[in-house]
Write a protein that binds this ligand. Structure first.
Ligand SMILES: Nc1ncnc2c1ncn2[C@@H]1O[C@H](COP(=O)(O)OP(=O)(O)OP(=O)(O)O)[C@@H](O)[C@H]1O
Ligand SMILES: [Mg+2]
Length: 453
């Protein structure tokens, strides 16, 4: 496989499966030549729950990308996320003989020692990412080979996944006709795709807000230093709307995408929706009140991220310089403004970069992971390629084929009527919709509704 000009990224998400085919150009560029996206089936919170359906969806997505590119592919880098993923940072040490230079074998030994932490036998190591090295107490060394010293230390970020869920993914990929070239943590792939050269020099939090999971990666000088996969994402927002407004899931999804906002202040203040519940009752809800339902869930996700970083590294505003949000959740109005309130750091929305070719198809946050998988494969298989160099490469867009390659996942039109008249004078308190605060919504929702009562 090495020096193969075609690199394939297969992002198996909770809501969509995307295949991206990249070709290494003669000038050292990564040209995107094929893409295929289909709605995901058989995946729940990052894990396969139905082998046949997942296999079928992978096949469709790969076939769509192959049709666009005109090449047949056999290997793919596959995304990993979900509850079964564990990440830990472990310390490794290697003694160096007096008066001898540090060799690549010494570096390898220090990493191996860090990896020797006893892992649960059901876990499989996905990544062992060395951070900066310390030689005789001197910190911040990127490449210690050739240096003198007697004590080489390194912290290694070890990401592992449960053997069962990984085997299930491998099997689906195989049944779909491909070999898994490697598993790549979703946040690592997304970070590779969205961070710019300046951010690769600092400490940045990358948040990939997907459907069933939110993947968090803290990148320190371009290296993944801390990661977590939280089993909560945009689909929970949809479920909240479904439950509170008592509408079918497709409609809740549509209402969320079209009119949702993470901050009530940023919702369309003129807009009122008339929604007919499954029981046939029609009621009105302003976009402002819709955002009041959405905000607590997104805030909850941000608070979980803060806690996670706090546990691993310390207070986020002290350890990181900025936050980059990507994934489908990043498309909602107000997510960056709410994040700015929550993290008190500069925030931006991350889109894939560093590639040429069909850039118009893969230019949005939805493609961060799939493009990142291709970039991961390209930089691992081709030692002469680096992210800094790819970033500088002039993008050469290729005209989009007239026939769209993707199978869209746009849900049907919502059963809502938009009342175009301006909202009446602001009310002191929004009128509470008739809702049932069921236990499944938990404490958070109770708090939210306190001021509606
Ligand atoms: N325009 C939009 N506004 C708000 N949310 C959106 C929009 N478009 C997509 N989403 C949400 O983004 C989520 C899907 O994001 P994405 O495609 O990154 O997830 P995934 O990769 O399939 O899932 P995961 O990474 O969790 O396995 C869904 O919850 C969807 O509702
Ligand atoms: Mg995803």
């Amino acid at each position: 496989m090495k020096n193969n000009p075609f690199i394939v990224g297969l992002d198996i998400g909770t809501t969509k499966i995307t295949t991206v085919i990249g070709e290494i150009g003669p000038q050292g560029t990564v040209d995107i030549i094929g893409e295929g996206t289909v709605p995901s089936e058989g995946i729940k919170r990052g894990a396969v729950v139905n082998l046949e359906r997942t296999t079928h969806a992978i096949k469709q997505s790969v076939a769509a990308a192959e049709r666009v590119s005109g090449v047949r592919v056999s290997h793919a880098y596959v995304s990993v996320s979900g509850h079964h993923v564990r990440a830990t940072t472990s310390h490794g040490l290697a003694a160096i003989r007096r008066n001898q230079e540090i060799t690549a074998a010494d570096v390898e030994r220090s990493i191996e020692n860090a990896r020797a932490v006893p892992l649960d036998p059901n876990l499989e190591v996905i990544h062992a990412i060395p951070q900066e090295y310390v030689v005789d107490g001197q910190e911040g060394i990127k490449s210690p080979v050739g240096m003198h010293g007697v004590r080489l230390e390194v912290d290694v970020h070890i990401v592992s996944g449960a053997a069962g869920p990984l085997a299930n993914v491998r099997r689906c990929v195989q049944e779909a006709g491909l070999t898994t070239e490697g598993f790549v943590l979703q946040s690592l792939a997304s970070g590779l795709a969205v961070l710019d050269a300046g951010e690769r020099d600092q400490t940045v939090v990358v948040i990939d807000m997907g459907g069933g999971t939110t993947d968090v990666g803290v990148f320190r000088r371009g290296n993944l230093a801390h990661s977590a996969s939280l089993p909560i994402g945009g689909d929970h927002v949809t479920a909240d709307l479904m439950q509170i407004l008592k509408i079918p899931v497709e409609e809740a999804e549509n209402v969320k995408r079209k009119y949702g906002a993470a901050l009530p202040e940023l919702a369309d203040q003129e807009l009122t929706l008339e929604i007919t519940t499954a029981a046939g009752v029609t009621h009105a809800i302003s976009a402002f009140d819709l955002a009041r339902i959405i905000k607590p869930r997104i805030s909850e996700i941000y608070d979980l991220i803060r806690d996670e970083i706090d546990k691993g590294l310390g207070p986020v505003e002290l350890v990181a310089g900025s936050v980059v949000i990507t994934g489908g959740g990043a498309l909602m109005r107000g997510v960056s403004e709410l994040a700015r309130e929550r993290f008190r750091l500069p925030i931006r929305i991350g889109k894939p970069r560093g590639v040429s070719g069909l850039t118009d198809i893969v230019s949005g946050p939805l493609h961060a992971t799939s493009v990142g998988l291709v970039l991961y494969g390209a930089t691992h298989e081709h030692a002469d390629l680096s992210m800094d160099q790819l970033d500088k490469a002039e993008p050469k867009p290729v005209p989009t084929p007239t026939k769209q390659p993707t199978v869209t996942q746009t849900p049907p039109e919502p059963q809502v009527v938009i009342k175009s008249e301006p909202k009446p004078e602001p009310k002191a308190e929004p009128k509470p919709p008739k809702v049932r605060t069921g236990p499944s919504l938990g404490e958070r929702m109770k708090n939210f509704f306190k001021d509606w009562m």
